[in-house]
Design a protein around this ligand. Structure first.
Ligand code: THU
Length: 138
């Protein structure tokens, strides 16, 4: 990871704010995500549920959408919190989404006073874009 100072308090505050603007009428679990990007911006996302439950978009999906929208480069550090304000560990699908845009070294908030975790701790042996380059046979 590039040597950058991550303001985890700020990231968590932005994630908490995003959680207040989620759409979660079914589970009532509001989730907000924020990230520091390689372009130096802080981006956000919130979960958006659907009456067809399986179509729910996690906060991290919206976060990645925001990253692409602002042309923010790579994800460097991510905080995901639930409506209670406490960090939430990204679900399996979202670990894969985050891996695409942040890689193994992406730092994930583990909460106040805790050491952030690298994504490869949460998603060891990940399949990613490099595999597509090296494994295609035609
Ligand atoms: N959720 C997220 O937004 N991110 C996660 O990583 C885990 C789950 C949302 C999806 C759904 O709206 C609610 O939390 C309950 O599963």
């Amino acid at each position: 990871m590039p040597l950058v100072n991550v303001d985890w308090h700020l990231l968590r505050a932005r994630a908490r704010d995003a959680a207040t603007r989620s759409y979660a009428p079914y589970s009532r679990v509001r989730v907000g995500a924020s990230a520091l990007t390689s372009s130096g911006e802080i981006i956000e996302g919130s979960n958006v549920e659907n009456a067809s439950y399986g179509l729910t978009l996690c906060a991290e999906c919206a976060l990645v959408g925001d990253l692409v929208r602002v042309d923010g480069g790579r994800l460097l550090a991510v905080s995901v919190v639930a409506g209670d304000g406490e960090p939430l560990t990204p679900c399996g699908r979202c670990r894969q989404l985050l891996f695409e845009h942040g890689g193994a070294e992406l730092l994930i908030d583990a909460g106040e006073g805790e050491t952030p975790r690298r994504l490869d701790e949460l998603l060891p042996g990940a399949f990613g874009p490099e595999d597509l380059k090296t494994r295609a046979t035609s």
